[in-house]
Design a protein around this ligand. Sequence first.
Ligand code: GLC
Length: 551
Amino acid sequence: MISGETTAGAQWWRSAVIYQIYPRSFADANGDGVGDLAGVTARLPALEALGVDAIWLSPFYVSPQKDAGYDVADYCDVDPLFGTLDDFDALRAAAHARGIRVIVDLVPNHSSDRHPWFQDALRAAPGGPERARYMFRDGRGPGGDLPPNNWQSLFGGPAWTRTFDADGTPGQWYLHLFDTSQPDFDWASEDVRAEFRRILRFWLDRGVDGFRVDVAHGLVKAEGLPDYTPDPHAGSMGGDEYGVPYWAQPGVHDIFRDWRSLLEEYDGDRALCAEAWLPSVEMTSLWVRPDEMSQAFNFAYLETPWDAGRLRAVIDESLRAYGAVGAPSTWVLSNHDVVRHTARLALTAENPQGHGIGPDSPGRPIPELGLRRARAATTVMLALPGSAYLYQGEELGLPEVVDLPAAARQDPTWARSYGERYGRDGCRVPLPWEADAPSYGFGATHAPPWLPQPEGWEPFARDSQERDPDSTLHLYRRLLGARRGARLGAGTLEWLSLGEDSVAFRNGKVTIVANLGRANVPLPAGRVIVASAPLSGAELPPDAAVWIAAE
Ligand code: GLC
């Protein structure tokens, strides 16, 4: 049961392992081909057995699903695709009964264009209070025919769309950093601020333990909306550059402080986690303070290639930067926006975030190498002090689906970039649960899943993995069990030097060694607690990692 005394009591999130559920791809209880909340509830025993502390649910709110639910039309209700509010309450209660906390997604940068406020704004005259809740502007040039500035949508194409007045003449433009169906709110509007306080309370009153805040760094745009041309090699979430007029503006701090003080009114240490793709750990850490966000995703860590020196550097930098603001670092290797780390760590060509990999991508990974590195990378990550995020399916060693048919692709990135970027569908394919069932047990019926699952996924199905003691599932369970037993999440890191190509450290009584080079690494003495791959005698082979109980 979740109560103040269990799960380390105060500030549970500092050391928690939080498992991301992407509801549409997790488990489909009603058999319509799309996962749902009842499916999550039914499969909670698997997550309890895995040993996670919390789940984070990607959006399940009322939405036309133009961006898989990150386009919200009603923030305080469940989309019929996923169930009902009663289903949510049942899920929350069942998770808490198993000692698993529940975090939900908050999407404050933009709504859906089907949100009643945006529909009102379209009908309203320019300059009125309805339009002030969004970023409506007059166009530039003769007749206002040019967009207000040169910003590009992160999914491709212009970030402005022109509206039509009631009489059919072209009117003002509205800003959408993402899809045209995702108009950006104007956070200068007191209506918007008040509405999000209401939304936070709505879910806090329903017993959620915190929020993952979508595009948290984007809420405030620079005064005057100056032109900005991004680096064409930047990832879709745009985290590679400094001085972007729509990211990390100082006004965002006030919003976070407001939310933090609202959360403090509630018991049980409710958490706020920022999704903020920023160029450095240093910059991201500035939003994580005792009176702002509890934590932020460590995307710098996620984006670190399989290179010992760079991995050591990003770990050091993370512990230093977050330590300086009194926050725990977080660690993450996969989520619904990136190429799964079973593939990403073995790519042989540049692949910026959001571009995805598809049939014609250069540098396609060798699956066996990718899986081997992914298992080693997770073995390192789960030994680090702080909080770790897992993405559904990684505990099965699930590969990125590279060969999705073009017609099946649904990420707006694919259409908006005219097929230039494959986008994020490859990591969103519904999970396999049973090797021999239709849709590998994802759905209760024969309905085809919303994204096709590839042939040959039997070995990744949870029941196959259960049967194989060397499976990735058993590796994750052993890691999570030992992490909890040794309280590694609340520990401290002390570097060891075992050569240029290894990452080696101690956390309490556990010694961790990873080999990112080509030659075996001799291991220090001690009992092996868990290893990502078989050892060669007393040596650690390449692309493997091990936990050893220090003697
Ligand atoms: C976040 C989400 C991503 C979504 C985008 C727009 O980055 O993680 O999936 O497309 O925001 O809401």
